[in-house]
Write a protein that binds this ligand. Sequence first.
Ligand SMILES: [Zn+2]
Length: 175
Amino acid sequence: MIRPILIHPDPRLKKVCDPVPAVDDAMRALMADMLQTMYDAPGIGLAAPQVGVTSRILVMDCAKGEDEQPEPICMANPEIVWTSKELNEHEEGCLSIPDVFANVTRPAAVQVRYLDRDGAEQERAFEGLRATCVQHEIDHLNGKLFIDYLSIVRRQMITSKMKKLKRERVRGAVL
Ligand SMILES: [Zn+2]
């Protein structure tokens, strides 16, 4: 089931999300919905608060191009256990902040510990786009957006633009 994606600003996008007590069928159903919603958008990552669920769940798939196999990853309670000293600047966007892109500097590689969709503990290293993506999604679980890395002035401009977009969407739905 495709779920509606919340658009910034929304108080649910600013909350520190709750740890998942167990990866049960309800969580697996949420992960499946989130993957479907992410592919449909389309995007390469989605965190539970973006669909209004303030639980520590994220999905991602950074496989690109038609000849690359899909690479869906579902994580519950992800935790960054190691970050590289080396940094990497990448242009980021967000499904909750449509049509806005900005360069963000983050560690170039990270090691993440998480529970997979079977509830098994995994530890995995990410680099390049995948490292950027997983850090962006984990930020969502802590109520942090990529625009929080930008200057206050730029962030306020983006927030006003999003408020206007939301007003227009509401009007569109009424007509
Ligand atoms: Zn995002």
